[in-house]
Design a protein around this ligand. Structure first.
Ligand code: GLU
Length: 333
C-alpha cells in the first residue's frame, strides 16, 4: 500500500513538474511571451483622462498578439494621485498635468515634504487642459474677484486641478481658506451640485469637450465660464514656467450663456510612468500611439490638434528609455 502511494505521489509530482516547466518554458522563451498587465490611472469618468486612457489601451491592446501586454484603465482622483501611485508601483502609467509633472520632479507643491520624485518618467504629452471656472449665472460671478464669499469647488486633494484653483484664488489676491467657501468635491459630482444650487461655481482643469461641462450646462440653472485674467494672473504665468495663456472654446458647449471664447491659462495633459516600468512595455505604448496617431485622434475630439511633434513638448521629467528608443527609431529625437 505504502509503495502504491509512493508511486502515485511520484506520478503526480512528474505531472506537476512537467506542467510547471511547460508554463516556465512558455514564459521564458522570449521576453514578449509572458503576459504583462499595465494599468493607466486616469481621472473622474466625466473628464478627458478617463477616455484618453481608454483610447491608449484600445490602440495598444489591438497588438496583444505581438506584445502580450494587456492595458487596463482605472478611474482615479487625478494627477497627484496618479504620480504617487506610479511611484509606489501601484500603477504602471498615469495621466498627469504638465504642471504636476514639473512639481513632482522638482519636489515642490504637494511633494515639498517628500522631495524630488526622481523616478518619474515622461512618455508623451497630449491635449491642452485650460483651467476652467464655471459658475451659475444667478450667483453673480463674472470675474475671479467675484468668488469672494461664494461656495466654490476647488477640487479634491489628489486632483491636479486643486492646485490651479488655489493658485488662481491666490493670484486674485484672496485666501482660499477664508475668502471663499471652498469645497473639495470629485469632478464627477460637481456638475450635479452646481445644477442643484449646492455650489455657486467649480474649477476643473480639463480638456474640451468633456462630460462634466456638458452635464453642468444641460440643466435648468443657466451657467457660464468665468474669464481667468488680470494682472495677478499675468504675473503668475510669468512666475511659473508650466503655465501659459489659453482660452475655453465655447462652441463645444451650446448651452452655456457665454457669447465668445473665454480667456484663461492652462497646462497640458501628459502620460507618465516610472523608471521601474520595463522598457518594452513603455516602448509598445509609445510606438502604437504614434504609429496609429490618425486612428488615435479619432477616439476623442480633444485630440484633434495632436501631432507627433507637439506630443514631445511640455515634458519636464526625463523621457522613459523605452519610449525614447521608439522616438529615436522614428527620427523624432
Ligand atoms: N486635470 C485633472 C486632474 O489632473 C483631470 C482631468 C481629466 O480627468 O480629464 O486632476
Amino acid at each position: 500500500m505504502k509503495r502504491i502511494c509512493c508511486l502515485l505521489l511520484c506520478i503526480l509530482m512528474v505531472f506537476a513538474f512537467t506542467g510547471c516547466s511547460q508554463k516556465g518554458e512558455e514564459a521564458s522563451a522570449s521576453p514578449v511571451s509572458q503576459k504583462r498587465f499595465a494599468t493607466i490611472g486616469t481621472g473622474g469618468v466625466t473628464g478627458v483622462y478617463y477616455p484618453a486612457g481608454g483610447a491608449i489601451s484600445k490602440i495598444v491592446n489591438k497588438k496583444n498578439d505581438q506584445y502580450n501586454i494587456k492595458v487596463t484603465v482605472e478611474s482615479t482622483g487625478g494627477s497627484v494621485f496618479n504620480v504617487n501611485a506610479i511611484l509606489a508601483g501601484d500603477l504602471e502609467f498615469g495621466m498627469v498635468q504638465s504642471d504636476r509633472q514639473f512639481q513632482a520632479l522638482n519636489g515642490v507643491a504637494e511633494w515639498e515634504p517628500v522631495g524630488k520624485q526622481e523616478k518619474l518618467r515622461a512618455v508623451f504629452a497630449m491635449h491642452a487642459e485650460p483651467v476652467n471656472l464655471i459658475a451659475a449665472d444667478d450667483a453673480g460671478i463674472n470675474t475671479i474677484a467675484d468668488l469672494k464669499g461664494k461656495k466654490v469647488n476647488v477640487g479634491q486633494p489628489g486632483s491636479g486641478n486643486r492646485g490651479n484653483a488655489l493658485d488662481t484664488i491666490a493670484a486674485a489676491g484672496m485666501n482660499w481658506e477664508t475668502d471663499v467657501v471652498a469645497e473639495g468635491l470629485k469632478p464627477a459630482e460637481s456638475a450635479k451640485m452646481l445644477q442643484d444650487d449646492r455650489i455657486d461655481a467649480y474649477f476643473y482643469t480639463v480638456g474640451h469637450p468633456n462630460g462634466s461641462f456638458m452635464e453642468a450646462s444641460a440643466g435648468t440653472r443657466k451657467v457660464h465660464f468665468v474669464p481667468i485674467e488680470g494682472p495677478g494672473i499675468d504675473k503668475m504665468i510669468v512666475d511659473h514656467p508650466y503655465y501659459a495663456k489659453a482660452y475655453i472654446p465655447i462652441s463645444q458647449y451650446p448651452n452655456v450663456t457665454n457669447t465668445a471664447d473665454v480667456p484663461t491659462y492652462g497646462v497640458k495633459a501628459t502620460l507618465c510612468t516610472s523608471a521601474d516600468v520595463p522598457d518594452d512595455v513603455v516602448y509598445a505604448v509609445a510606438k502604437e500611439v504614434f504609429e496609429n496617431l490618425d486612428e488615435f485622434k479619432e477616439l476623442h475630439p480633444a485630440f484633434a490638434t495632436l501631432t507627433k511633434e507637439n506630443m514631445l513638448e511640455g515634458l519636464s521629467a526625463p523621457i522613459h528609455p523605452g519610449a525614447l528608443k521608439y522616438y529615436k527609431e522614428a527620427g523624432l529625437k
